[in-house]
Design a protein around this ligand. Sequence first.
Ligand code: AMP
Ligand code: MG
Length: 418
Amino acid sequence: MAQLSDDCFAFGGPLMTIEDAHALFGERLVAVVGTEDVPVLEADGRILAEDCVAPIDVPPFPNSAVDGYAVRFADLRASDATVLPVGAVVAAGASSEGVSAAGSATRIFTGAPMPAEADTVFMQEDVHVLPDGRVSLPLGLKRGANSRDAGEDAAKGSSIVPAGRRLRPQDLALATAVGLRTLKVRRTLRVGVFSTGNELVEPGAPLRPGAIYDSNRILLLALLRRMGVAARDLGVIRDDPAALAARLSAAAAEHDVILTSGGVSTGDEDHVKTAVETVGRLVFWRLGIKPGRPVAMGMIDGKPFLGLPGNPVAVYVTLVFVVRPLLARLAGEAYAPPRGFTVRAAFSYRKRAGRREFVRASLAQDADGTWEARKFQRDGAGMLSSLTDTDGLVELEEDRIEVVPGDIVRFHPHEALW
Ligand code: AMP
Ligand code: MG
């Protein structure tokens, strides 16, 4: 496993943008996980470690795209329908070897190999079968119509899926179509997840005065699982600098990344930053992002550490926009920020310049069918219901200071963020 030094980040300014943080990850971090060969189906959701190259052409042979009649284009009349006798019949799975297409139409079915000389296929719906069994082929087809070329889907020797791709079912299908049974993927990143806070108790335990159930850990563990990493539940750490330092340091020895939530603001009981500085070093502790401004990054024994804020919505936003690109870098995944799509805003909003804001919203169709984003009624970053009752997040750029109804805004469906 590649080892990173705690000094690989030589600087870290006070209020960086999300892109600054991504650039920093790109410059200073490398993939830390090795590779393994796994059966194609097991590669679903894993990161492809090297370009997948097609050992054969797909399709392997020219074949018909329709049920119909294959002919040589040269046998067709230029100014009228052509009448031809029907010769051989070729079905899918049969061979067309030895079949002559000269001066006749070959009855052919979808996926069946084209006879060597045939280049064009008439759909059966367009063909008139005469009482004597010959077929009348209408004018107007182009040479090559309804015929698929060998290698038109995947050419032998070409790269069909790029290294770094988080593999999707369609990638697995293409790899299988070229005959592969295993794929070389990255080993799974191990991420240790802590919650911090004296108020936190486990579900099932009685709720003593002042306590709340720890929901961030479940949120993080479930999101990380969907992101394809091995997330390990490391429990709760009390708001105590010594306990934090000890547990973070121990966790760094066994994981590729350490995540915490809570305790990174500037309150008297926020000790996470201090603890990180005791056992490692802090790289940054604020980003121009809302919710989530107090998000800390550090290095502990060569392992990246990310301290997320305590409020659940801030946890969500920083996990998908800050942690995910870092995990991608370490896991060898080619990361592209979520693109979302543009919709019309159906709300008014004011924000400060200089930070990227994410507003929870749902989509609805307006009177003429255009999709519009409707903002969740309340703003609190502590409200989990603002995540369960919405479709996604509206992204508002740093330089924007207000939104008025009708403005074009970028919308990210929740599911596209994982
Ligand atoms: P903090 O960043 O530690 O000041 O926490 C900010 C808010 O998030 C407080 O209301 C905390 O109680 C809450 N919070 C912190 N950690 C969790 C957690 N694991 N689950 C639910 N809420 C939390
Ligand atoms: Mg706290």
